[in-house]
Design a protein around this ligand. Structure first.
Ligand code: KG4
Ligand code: ZN
Length: 344
């Protein structure tokens, strides 16, 4: 079975073709990602209307290009999986409209995919997914969640951020330090060689026994520190040390809560997903903690942590393979709680 995946929910236009068997194994035949980072960087963040226009400008050519690279034609494709939400409405509409038109003209069924389901299954792209149930820590620009995955399509949210998402906190902190957009990779780069113990920053909600998160206090602590130090032009290292201290605080919180969720649920398989999981210090911290406690941890390659279409094609493939109920009435949706796909 071959599934064509399309992702346009935010600022990456991505397409991919996944080929898999009835038993669930498979591989990516071709994929392409076009990032809009340079277009939005001059505005210091994503401008939704520009994002939609950029998707529209590049998507048709990218689809054509992966079809040519694989020498496949539309009759060789069994389904088109497209991100239907959550995300920027205009951006989503470009992908879903393109998918609908292509499906209609070529008589190919569509599979609307929840963007977060794509992220949380991305670990299955390169190796077999662990046995169910497993715990997924999903850390992206808009979400920070710990999820108990009972089966594909069966998700129980154990905890989530009560305010800012981890990625959002990286982006806002980067702005405070004077770094550009996107903030996560910029902080990681600056933090290299910095001293993570130079500043004592809070680890919010660590003392609480639940697995919820809160990052706004950490961001405020960074803001106060920046205000105090901004005048110290002679000491250039403070920014590097602050970036490293901030990254360490986020790594500590994510690691501690993910391990706690596994412990509380008595589950030994942990998957990490979402853009923030591309951060090498956070990956290291989670891997070391999992190793110490005998947990099996899977973190996708960094390019499958950030937005991509391979994960959307893969989620669509799994849904089709398992004969999951089709979502009959659907449209792009900016808000779409995880776990409510079938209820639409
Ligand atoms: O999953 P993603 O690509 O898009 C969403 O679905 O939101 O995540 C984007 C978020 C952004 O906040 C970005 O700053 C963060 O992931 N991010 C990182 C890194 N790469 C991306 N955060 C920390 N370190 C990174 N290397
Ligand atoms: Zn994403």
């Amino acid at each position: 079975m071959r599934v064509f995946g399309i992702e346009t929910s935010c600022d990456e236009t991505a397409v991919a073709i996944y080929e898999g068997t009835d038993t669930g194994e498979g591989r990516i035949l071709a994929e392409q990602i076009s990032s809009q980072v340079n277009v939005h960087a001059q505005f210091g963040g994503i401008v939704p209307e520009i994002a939609s226009r950029e998707h529209l400008a590049v998507l048709p050519g990218m689809v054509e290009s992966v079809m040519q690279a694989t020498k496949l034609c539309w009759p060789d494709i069994d389904a088109i999986a497209v991100t239907a939400g959550p995300g920027l409405m205009g951006a989503l509409l470009v992908g879903t409209s393109f998918a609908r038109a292509t499906g209609l003209v070529n008589c190919i069924p569509l599979i609307p995919v929840h963007h977060l389901e794509g992220h949380l299954l991305a670990a299955g792209l390169e190796e077999e997914l662990p046995a169910f149930p497993f715990i997924t820590l999903l850390v992206s620009g808009g979400h920070t969640m710990l999820i108990r995955v009972e089966a594909i399509g069966c998700y129980r949210i154990l905890g989530q951020s009560l305010d800012d998402a981890a990625g959002e906190c990286f982006d806002k902190t980067a702005r405070l330090i004077g770094l550009g957009y996107p903030g996560g990779p910029a902080i990681e780069k600056l933090a290299r060689g910095g001293d993570p113990d130079q500043f004592t920053l809070p680890r919010p909600l660590l003392c609480r026994d639940d697995v919820n998160f809160s990052f706004s206090g950490l961001k405020t602590a960074v803001m106060h520190t920046v205000k105090k130090l901004a005048a110290q032009k002679e000491n250039r290292d403070w920014k590097r040390n602050l970036a490293a201290s901030f990254q360490e605080a986020v790594a500590d919180v994510l690691t501690n809560k993910a391990i706690r969720a596994c412990h509380q649920q008595k589950i030994s398989h942990l998957i990490i997903a979402g853009g923030v999981a591309a951060n090498s210090r956070i990956r290291e911290s989670l891997q070391a903690a999992a190793r110490d406690r005998g947990l099996n941890i899977v973190i996708p390659a960094p390019r499958y942590c950030t937005d991509n279409a391979a994960m959307i094609a893969y989620a669509g493939f799994q849904r089709k393979r398992l004969g999951m109920p089709e979502i009959r009435i659907w449209d792009a949706r900016a808000r779409w709680p995880l776990g409510q796909q079938e209820a639409l």
